[in-house]
Design a protein. Structure first.
Length: 225
C-alpha cells in the first residue's frame, strides 16, 4: 500500500493545531513510501510526537498500515508491542479478521485508505489516544453483530449478561448498594443467607475485588446498577 503525494499547502495547514500535551506515536508500514508519508503527517501535527517503532511499547498510539487486516496482521500487532497499546490501523478496504479479537489485540481505530485525509488521520489518533474509538460504520455494525453472537452463543447459555455478571449477581449488588444486610437481601430475593454470601464471595473472587464496597464501586463504574 502506497500513500498518494500530498500538497505542500495541505501539509502546512495540517500542522496548525492548538498546542496541547503531545501524543507519542509510532508508525509501522512495510511499504517505505507509506511509512515516510505517515511519519511526515505525525511530525507536522503539533499535538503528535513521533517515536521509533522499536519503542512502540511507550507510544500512546501505534499506527499500523496494512493491505489486508487478517490473522497475519494481528500477529504483527502482538509482535510490535506486547504491553497494552492502542492501535490505529490504516488499511485498504479489506478486513477478514475477527473484530472482537482485533479489539482484544488493542485496535481502537480503523481508517480506510480511500477515506484518508490529514484531518481524519490526526483526528483518529487523538480520539484513540484519549480513550475513544474510531471505526468506519461498516465495521461498527460488524462489531455489534459479533458482540451479539458472543452473548447469544457464549454468555447467555451460562446465565451471564454482557457485563460478565449473572442477573442474580447484579440483583445482589444492587441491594448491597442500597444498604441492605445479607439477611434482608436473602428475604427480598427469596434466597438463603448462605446463597447470598456465596454470590458475593464468588463475584469478588472472580473479579479480584477486595470487599463489598469495592464490588459496589465496580458495579457503579460499569453502569451495572
Amino acid at each position: 500500500m502506497s500513500l498518494r503525494p500530498f500538497s505542500v499547502s495541505a501539509l502546512r495547514s495540517f500542522g496548525r493545531e492548538t498546542t496541547m500535551s503531545p501524543i507519542s506515536v509510532a508508525v509501522h508500514a512495510a511499504d517505505l513510501v507509506t511509512r515516510m508519508g505517515l511519519e511526515g503527517f505525525v511530525r507536522l501535527a503539533s499535538r503528535l510526537a513521533l517515536i521509533p517503532v522499536d519503542e512502540a511499547w511507550r507510544a500512546d498510539v501505534v499506527v499500523v498500515a496494512v493491505e489486508n487486516f487478517d490473522a497475519c496482521a494481528m500477529k504483527l500487532l502482538r509482535r510490535l508491542c506486547s504491553s497494552s497499546p492502542r492501535f490505529l490501523v490504516v488499511v485498504e478496504e479489506h478486513w477478514s479478521a475477527d473484530l472482537q479479537v482485533a479489539v482484544e489485540c488493542g485496535v481502537r481505530g480503523v481508517l480506510w485508505r480511500a477515506d484518508f485525509t490529514a484531518a481524519r488521520f490526526t483526528g483518529s489518533i487523538v480520539s484513540v489516544a484519549e480513550g475513544g474509538g474510531d471505526f468506519p460504520p461498516l465495521l461498527q455494525g460488524r462489531l455489534m453483530d459479533e458482540v451479539q453472537r458472543t452473548y447469544r452463543d457464549v454468555l447467555a447459555p451460562q446465565g451471564l449478561t454482557a457485563s460478565g455478571l449473572t442477573e442474580r449477581e447484579i440483583d445482589v449488588l444492587r441491594l448491597v448498594s442500597e444498604g441492605f444486610t445479607v439477611e434482608e437481601i436473602a428475604q427480598k430475593l427469596r434466597y438463603s443467607e448462605r446463597t447470598v454470601k456465596n454470590v458475593i464471595h464468588g463475584l469478588m473472587k472472580r473479579l479480584n475485588l477486595r470487599n463489598r464496597v469495592h464490588a459496589v464501586a465496580y458495579a457503579l463504574r460499569c453502569g451495572l446498577i
